[in-house]
Ligand binder design. Structure first.
Ligand code: FDA
Length: 430
């Protein structure tokens, strides 16, 4: 019989949110063996965005321990030794297969864990393509470091080969660029009329698509992959499209989105918009059970709306907030509700964009988005009800990126926008 391991706090999941929460617990004070992190990954929490950026680089690739949290925000790098020194139990390579919130118990194949307070930080799982031949070798999704390792092996094995990227979102665009830099012959296939349709306007997308094509990436839009053909040894060879076309492939990366991992808690906790519903302190409908990062659907104060956010900035900030909230409630103190300004970013080739706020309403582009300029630099405002709601900027300086964050947070009326842009964002002519 397995002994029951008891902790005051358990963080379920060992990703970005878990790492930032552990640092906050340590800042606010915990006793040895009060906190455990249980993760099915074999490594301590790391900055997940590195997996489709530096991790896939041709030279000087990022490798652990280089990008453990909290280096992504310029903070201390938390190595396994750090957790040991703080008395935080890092229980790795351990998948929780059953959770019973009523009895405050988690089960893995070989263990029973009990908690007083649970933080659910299970993140998301990459959506797989369930089409004919999807089990062929060298067809990948990318979520965890073990996925990235397999992709890296395959890049090495298929030097100068052909890669097909399915999906035109963040992962598709970043991995497409990384594979092209690795000298693969890259084709991107996606069902939408333009890339990143949830954020980009057609004009913004046209810039990035044009840029990618100049880099030698082929783009097939408004097309679905319906199957894969493999050779006799099981290696993928072709991607079949719905319209009958066939594209040769030695490597396929499927980046068609992710699904929050809430399945362990189905029927035990209230859900909303596909995530676990929380209040402004990330507490769920079950007392002493909290949810953060990708899995949480929380009140977005700024927009008076319940939202789920699958981005690293929110994972970090929600993790810090929940620990402050737990500590405050233990000490019968009050803290402010989470007040989040959405922030998304991406980098590929020499490009780097940031977006703050909400992409709703009318849009107005500014700057130079001419692909033949030596260094195009442009942006876009979103306006609604006479106010600025969101701002996008490609190739901004740190000062300019701060300026767009300030604008998106202040939501100035359109007529006052020039005051904001005059000094800090001089390329924005309204
Ligand atoms: P996260 O996914 O980081 O961690 C969840 C952890 O829980 C994992 O360790 C998982 O193994 C574990 N787990 C799940 N179920 C379990 C179980 N039953 N038992 C034990 N452990 C379990 N965002 C952004 O803003 N900019 C970017 O550039 C990128 N880039 C990017 C690249 C790639 C390749 C990915 C996959 C994702 C991004 N993201 C991103 C998104 C960002 O990484 C994501 O929003 C955060 O990692 C979410 O943090 P969480 O801690 O919620 O989940």
């Amino acid at each position: 019989v397995n002994p029951v391991k008891r902790f005051k706090y358990i963080i379920l999941g060992g990703g970005v949110a878990a790492g930032y929460a552990a640092r906050e617990f340590s800042r606010l004070g915990i006793k040895p063996r009060e906190l455990a992190i249980i993760s099915k990954e074999a490594v301590a929490p790391y900055e997940r965005p590195a997996l489709c950026k530096g991790y896939l680089a041709l030279e000087g690739a990022a490798r652990l321990p280089g990008f453990h949290v909290c280096v992504g925000t310029g903070g201390e790098r938390l190595l396994p030794r750090w957790y040991a020194e703080k008395g935080i139990e890092l229980i790795l390579s351990t998948e929780i297969v059953n959770a019973n919130l009523a009895s405050q118990t988690l089960l893995s194949a070989g263990g029973i864990f009990k908690y007083q307070t649970l933080i659910i930080a299970t993140g998301s799982t990459a959506t797989k393509l369930t089409v004919e031949g999807a089990g062929a070798r060298n067809v990948f999704t990318l979520r965890e470091i073990s996925d990235a390792d397999k992709l890296v092996e395959s890049i090495k094995a298929k030097k100068n080969g052909k890669a097909v990227i399915i999906g035109g979102g963040y992962i598709g665009l970043e991995v497409g660029a990384a594979l092209r830099i690795n000298k693969l012959d890259v084709t991107m296939v996606y069902p939408d009329k333009w890339c990143m349709p949830r954020l980009f306007t057609p004009d913004i997308a046209a810039f990035y698509e044009g840029y990618y094509m100049k880099k030698g990436i082929k783009i097939v839009k408004e097309s679905l992959a319906v199957g894969f053909n493999a050779d006799a040894s099981g290696d993928v060879k072709e991607v079949k499209l719905k319209d009958g076309r066939v594209i040769e492939a030695d490597i396929v990366v499927v980046g068609i989105g992710a699904r929050p991992l809430t399945v362990l808690f189905k029927g035990q906790v209230e859900e909303e918009k596909g995530g676990i519903k929380t209040d402004g302190f990330f507490e769920t409908s079950v007392p002493n059970v909290y949810a953060v990062g990708d899995v949480a659907t929380f009140p977005m104060k700024l927009y008076n709306d319940m939202r789920r956010v699958e981005h690293v900035d929110h994972a970090r900030k929600s993790a810090e907030h929940v620990v402050k909230a737990i500590k405050a409630s233990e000490e019968r103190r009050k803290i402010e509700e989470y007040d989040y300004l959405p922030y998304f970013y991406s980098r590929s080739f020499e490009l780097s964009w940031q977006f703050y706020g909400d992409n709703v309403g009318e849009t107005k582009l500014f700057g130079d988005m001419n692909l033949s300029s030596p260094k195009p630099k442009f942006g876009c405002f979103w306006f609604k009800d006479g106010k600025v709601m969101g701002v996008f900027l490609e190739s901004g300086s740190p000062q300019e990126n701060n300026a767009i964050a300030k604008i998106a947070s202040a939501q100035p009326p359109v007529e006052n926008l020039n005051e904001f842009t005059k000094n800090d964002l001089p390329i924005a002519k309204i």
